[in-house]
Design a protein. Structure first.
Length: 346
């Protein structure tokens, strides 16, 4: 009897524990990049932590980094199926056939930066339903997006403006940027990122690379191509969509969906300032290691817009989309263009 009396309070306490502790839902997440980079660390430390806090422990994130569950090019298929992962980072550029309208963002040479860039993408997804609908057709829902750092031009030779790419061999992974470089008089090439690109810069096979600043910094491109031209408004237009399988999303309790949305709000409020601070730190490191980093003036940004002939490139792409049966491409391009111009005037 005495033993029963002692056990009874313990058993009652167990029954009275909050359901959040007893029934935590595990959400499995896949990312093709390793934990420790600016983007991955921010997602882990800010967004995922906020999800667990805002849900009061009802939701737990099981993170898999560095392509452990699948490569970046397979991420959309992985999360669309929803068997191996509930969530994943999807790079629209890797799935151009499945997400044709999402390719529009990278077709602009100049655009908003930091907080204004975050605000721009949020408005786009709110005001232009074709983008969330394109994701829904692939059985995914966007929870949060991380934006890219500005484009930088890393050159092995001194440059005073982006007109100096003329006659050189330049590497870019983006089909848009390859056309921009070609129109500016460069020989545009693509090659695997990492050691091969680094060796091509060292050997002189490449004169430079057009890439987001943080990627160039990560591979220490500034050591082989120390002449760097940059502007915060040199537009990458690159988004990392953190999406969830739609069936998984629909199966969540409303309070858990709202907890995720609150967590995204928390992350968005911090994202722009964190990116600005990181950009400043990266540039300081490169300068300390001998790189010559020059910020482009507004006139030289306008010069790049002219040299790139981006509107001509956009028109050619739109014709290709029409032939491929993609609806709404022209109308969407026009609306996105208007919104970018508006964001730049704010």
């Amino acid at each position: 009897m005495e033993l029963t009396n002692r056990l009874l309070p313990i058993l009652l306490a167990g029954f009275l524990l909050p359901n959040t502790v007893l029934a935590a839902k595990i959400l499995k997440y896949s990312d093709h990049e390793a934990l420790g980079g600016a983007r991955t660390q921010f997602i882990n430390d800010v967004f995922f932590s906020s999800i667990e806090n805002e849900s009061h422990g009802r939701l737990k994130i099981e993170s898999h980094w560095g392509g452990e569950l699948g490569a970046g090019y397979d991420a959309l298929a992985l999360v669309r199926q929803g068997t191996k992962a509930d969530m994943a980072i999807v790079v629209p550029e890797y799935t151009a056939k499945q997400l044709p309208l999402h390719q529009i963002f990278k077709s602009f040479p100049v655009g908003p930066a930091a907080d204004r860039q975050v605000d721009f993408f949020r408005r786009v997804y709110t005001q232009l339903p074709v983008f969330p609908l394109e994701l829904e057709k692939n059985n995914v829902v966007n929870l949060y997006f991380a934006t890219g750092y500005p484009v930088a031009f890393f050159s092995t030779k001194p440059m005073t403006s982006l007109a100096d790419v003329k006659g050189g061999t330049w590497r870019s992974a983006s089909f848009w940027h390859q056309d921009f470089l070609t129109n500016a008089g460069a020989k545009a090439v693509t090659m695997p990122w990492g050691d091969r690109t680094r060796k091509a810069l060292q050997s002189g096979a490449l004169d430079g690379i057009m890439v987001n600043l943080d990627s160039g910094y990560d591979v220490e491109a500034h050591k082989t191509s120390p002449h760097i031209l940059i502007s915060k408004n040199l537009w990458l237009g690159h988004i990392y969509l953190l999406v969830m399988n739609k069936n998984t999303w629909d199966g969540l309790e409303k309070q858990d969906q709202e907890a995720i949305q609150r967590a995204a709000e928390i992350a968005y409020k911090k994202q722009g300032s964190v990116m600005d601070s990181s950009l400043t730190a990266q540039i300081a490191d490169m300068r300390q290691e001998g790189a010559k980093v020059q910020f482009l003036s507004a006139d030289k940004l306008q010069q790049w817009k002219t040299l790139s002939r981006y509107q001509e490139v956009q028109e050619n792409w739109l014709k290709e989309q029409e032939n491929a049966g993609v609806k709404d491409a022209s109308a969407t391009m026009m609306k996105v263009s208007q919104m970018i111009n508006g964001a730049m005037k704010e």
